[in-house]
Design a protein. Structure first.
Length: 376
């Protein structure tokens, strides 16, 4: 029986898996930059929640990058099995089965983590898991007619014949992975456990001149953006007890319904929530409403319920939501974001410079100087 159809199928599936892993690696980076994924469809079917969980990085690399290594190895083995002049009939179907079995086991583990620990499903991840199981079936068929056990024993026997070559290949692979891990941009790491974000027009690591007077920080945000919620809490902690620093809220909903600067509706309620924030500010209750809206991403309580909880005048709040002045203010915020070259939410503007993802602590004057400035 010819093994070639099974090996062709394995090569095709490994290629599909490799492409999916590449897309997932890009989605992982975009998610940590505050760019919503196309498959962030609901609270449960949400690639962003999976990509920003603590389970998305293993041993210093995103899981998707490890997937690229695994699928790449499977592709090399499948192609090697299709070449003429192999050392024995069936080589290296046994090794291909071992790699596919490991991929399927990892896929099962990731599926359990996604369901039980994260509580969200990434459609791209699910596609990769299905590809891994299909690859296992193709590898199993490639081991026929002698069977999996015989194929594995035969391939391992060939490897034992060349221990130095095998050791060299393993060492080269390990060095390659180590180099990639060392060079990989660790955008998911932030001070105090926060998530990293891709820098905007100006690098966040560049220190701005220390302010000797009141410092104004403008924050462009989206109430449905999970990174914005985390950054909001981080900024509050950073600015606690800093009367010399003023934080100004500006809105940039990732929803084409009200934001012509984007082409998608990633956050379906973002426009309405931005209006709610504007109307809370109109009544002088923006800080409390900010907290309520950002902390409501999971519970999704009605906006009027939040407005009542923070003490807003509800009839006035309802009138404000549909007022032309509210729409004008929202348009003004979006236009301002476009002018500063906003590339992700949240983005902070300090002294004319933009910082995406977080408010760098080094922008703030030392506390002792800040207290003296405030006392003057």
């Amino acid at each position: 029986m010819s093994r070639r159809p099974a090996l062709f199928a394995a090569a095709a599936l490994a290629s599909v898996g490799f492409v999916l892993a590449m897309v997932l690696a890009r989605e992982h980076a975009d998610a940590h930059a505050g760019i919503a994924s196309f498959c962030a469809i609901s609270e449960y079917v949400n690639c962003d929640r999976v990509a920003t969980s603590r389970y998305s990085v293993v041993l210093g690399l995103p899981v998707a990058t490890w997937g690229m290594f695994g699928y790449g190895l499977a592709l090399v083995l499948a192609v090697a099995g299709l070449r003429p002049g192999r050392r024995r009939e069936g080589w290296p179907a046994g090794l291909l089965f071992l790699v596919a079995a490991a991929a399927a086991a990892v896929a099962l583990a990731l599926a359990l983590v996604s369901e039980l620990a994260i509580g969200a499903l990434c459609l791209l991840c699910a596609g990769s898991w299905l590809t891994s199981f299909a690859l296992l079936v193709a590898a199993w068929r490639a081991c026929r007619p002698e069977g999996v056990a015989a194929a594995v024993r035969g391939d391992l026997a060939i490897l034992r014949e060349r221990p130095l070559l095998v050791a060299g290949l393993v060492l080269a692979a390990a060095c390659g992975v180590a180099i990639v891990a060392a060079a990989y941009p660790r955008y998911w790491e932030r001070r105090a456990g926060a998530h990293a974000a891709t820098a905007g027009p100006s690098p966040a690591s560049a220190a701005a001149p220390v302010s000797r007077g009141p410092l104004v920080v403008v924050e462009f945000s989206d109430y449905e953006c999970p990174f914005c919620a985390k950054a909001h809490e981080d900024a509050k902690a950073l600015l606690a007890g800093r009367p010399d620093v003023t934080l100004v809220r500006r809105h940039f909903p990732i929803n084409a319904e009200c934001n012509p600067a984007v082409k998608v509706r990633k956050h379906p309620d973002a426009c309405a929530l931005a209006r709610a924030g504007i109307c809370a500010e109109e009544q002088g209750k923006l800080p409390a409403m900010d907290d309520a809206l950002f902390r409501n991403q999971q519970a999704k309580r009605p906006v009027e319920e939040l407005a009542a909880a923070v003490g807003l005048d509800l009839p006035r709040f309802r009138r404000c939501l549909g007022a032309p002045e509210t729409e004008a203010r929202l348009r003004s915020d979006i236009e301002a974001a476009v002018r500063v070259g906003l590339a992700a939410t949240p983005t902070y503007v300090v002294g004319g410079r933009t910082y995406a993802g977080q408010l760098p602590a080094e922008l703030l004057p030392p506390r002792r100087e800040a207290a003296a400035d405030a006392a003057r």
